[in-house]
Design a binder for this molecule. Sequence first.
Ligand SMILES: [Zn+2]
Length: 286
Amino acid sequence: MNYDSLLKKIEIYKNKYNVKVIGNSFFGRKIFAVERTISSAFPTAIFLCSIHAREHITTDLVCKMLDDGLFDDIDNFNLSFILMANPDGVELVFNGLNSVPKKFKKNIEKINKNSSKFEFWKANGRGVDLNNNFDANFGTNINSHYPAPSGYVGQFAESEPETRAIVKYTKGVNPFITISYHSKGEEIYYNFFQDKYQLVRDKKIAEYFAKSTGYIIKNPEKTSSGGFKDYCVQKLKIPALTIEVGSDNLKHPISEKYLDEIYAHHKTIASCLRYAYNVFKDFEEK
Ligand SMILES: [Zn+2]
């Protein structure tokens, strides 16, 4: 789903949910959080979609969950959906240079090495990979030392407006879990150097999600850094999952024609969240 389609969805969601603008992208597009609040006293589950540009199928996936009312029966915690964390990147994948404000065109051309193809673009409008830009072992796993379509961590942690908006919002919300949707590979990640106590809790939750979705758990704690999941685990001490949707055989960006197939793995999302909430509460009370 591109940014214009998201804006149309947001207008519809305003009838049912509280919609907040949590910040602006580097090029000035709005970043939205769609909130389903039962009580301000309850903790919240945060969903994050399309932080990597080419993975915009994750926005379609979570919008379909909302459209089908998958969360409608949840009454003991709140939900928040950051449906498109990287709108500039998503627009680059859909519309290439036409989506770039004039004064930034040259820079984007340079970053993309004068190629007109943007289907593999993951970064934001400054060539920073937002999911390496969070303050969690920042820069320990550098793929690129300069702006690039993927893998550039940025000049410092939270250097990007998108990252800062997500961090500020998340800190204010009191999440008990965050779910970051990416593509692809049908895998779930939850590790990030947790202490033993946190690890037992987070593993339990991840295993439930894995069983429920049919995805497999991967343990790459030695290779990730600066991701949103990493930040939530390390700084907020909460369970945080990265879920890679879509078969590894599919090409980036995954076409919307595969949405139903991907969605089929996630129909039990509400029961996964309920389970996560109960495990989280049990551990809090111990
Ligand atoms: Zn990703």
